[in-house]
Design a protein around this ligand. Structure first.
Ligand code: SF4
Length: 364
């Protein structure tokens, strides 16, 4: 019998659309996001092994070519989480590879942190990106199934730590529940007979090979080409076309990212006798606030200078939390915001953007 491999990380997509598993070739992306994720995971590994974050994050940022501020922000919360809950993971396995067969499938997974405590497995997954609308529970169930199969434990507690949102989610399953889940999943995959298109598709590794996406894109481009800008266009036609055009735009965006990665990897790529695809560097000047402050103040009064400056609210609150004593971080942040509000220092800006939303949400 031939087994089909399933990576636990693809389970959130497979739960929406089992056909994603059978799309011919999957893309191996070395995106900036993926590289940054690797850097975050490397630093988190150090936190788990040593109980502290490495003092200098620069070597990690350089090794993976990621932004040091991003790395600092993401791993700051990892450290807070580990200080508070790390004792739930005694003698942890770190970056541990697992696999187990079920039905005609072999499930594989890489668990960030895993501990066996009596008859329980405690596992943890660091997520370096923001929480998306795609439900990660199937992925965690996959890891939980793998742990339960290897150690024969009665219960698994799985946690996802969202490092950008600074939140976490936990689930508990018994070994029986996980066994039933694996059988249901196997049946669901075997019986699936159509592609299920939706918001989840933007996270699907099989996006470029998906026949359903190709059909949608072909129809959308044909529809766009048939639009006559001189003739009056029905508003309902614009509205119907909009979500499909968004999908095509996302596809183009993904293509641009892949093209850039390819040029970074293999160098300039010839297009024809005269042109080639290359990465052009532009130099932009940036002003270092700390060094510049005194010099600018000699020229401008505070009111004029303030018009040239904007304060990043997220960075400010993080700095306040970093300076606050342990256990006081939330309080210090709230106090600062309260004071700023009372002083009229907070302005609410309205940002208008075009979106597709459920009608019920507007009526609420
Ligand atoms: S792109 Fe969407 S419809 Fe196509 S295989 Fe992936 S999840 Fe399924």
């Amino acid at each position: 019998m031939e087994y089909k491999m399933i990576r636990a990380s693809t389970l959130p997509i497979i739960a929406y659309c089992p056909k994603a598993l059978f799309s011919s070739e999957q893309i191996g992306e070395i995106s900036e996001v993926a590289q940054a994720g690797r850097a975050v995971h490397k630093v988190c590994e150090e936190i788990v092994k040593n109980g502290d974050r490495p003092e200098d994050l620069k070597p990690y940022a350089e090794q993976y070519g990621c932004d040091i501020d991003f790395l600092g922000r993401a791993t700051w919360y990892a450290l807070q989480y580990w200080r508070e809950y790390g004792n739930a993971y005694p003698d942890p396995y770190v970056e541990y590879s697992l696999q187990a067969a079920f039905g005609r499938f072999i499930l594989t997974g890489h668990v960030d942190v895993l501990s066996i405590v009596d008859n329980e497995a405690h596992l943890l997954d660091w997520k370096s990106g923001y929480r998306t609308e795609v439900d990660v529970e199937p992925q965690m169930k996959g890891y939980a199934y793998l742990a339960a199969s290897k150690w024969n434990v009665k219960k698994v507690i799985a946690t996802v730590v969202w490092l950008q949102d600074q939140t976490f989610q936990s689930w508990t399953w018994t070994a029986e529940e996980l066994g039933r889940w694996a059988i249901d999943l196997s049946n669901q995959i075997i019986s699936s007979d159509r592609h299920v298109v939706g918001e989840h598709c933007r996270y699907c590794p099989a996006f470029f090979n998906c026949p359903a996406q190709k059909a949608i894109i072909r129809t959308t481009v044909e529809d766009l080409l048939s639009l006559d800008e001189k003739a009056e266009i029905e508003p309902s036609r614009i509205a119907r076309l909009y979500p499909a055009v968004e999908r095509v735009a996302r596809l183009c965006e993904t293509f641009r990212r892949l093209a850039r990665q390819m040029v970074e990897k293999v160098g300039n790529i010839p297009i024809d006798d005269e042109n080639e695809l290359t990465i052009v560097s532009l130099q932009r000047e940036k002003i270092e606030p700390l060094k510049a402050w005194g010099i600018i103040s000699e020229k401008l009064d505070d009111e004029t200078l303030a018009k040239c400056v904007s304060i990043n609210k997220g960075a400010l609150l993080r700095a306040v939390a970093d300076n606050a004593p342990r256990g006081q971080k939330g309080k210090e942040r709230s106090e600062l915001m309260e004071k700023l509000r009372s002083a009229g220092a907070i302005e609410v800006e309205e940002v208008r953007s075009l979106r597709v939303v459920k009608r019920k949400e507007i009526e609420r």
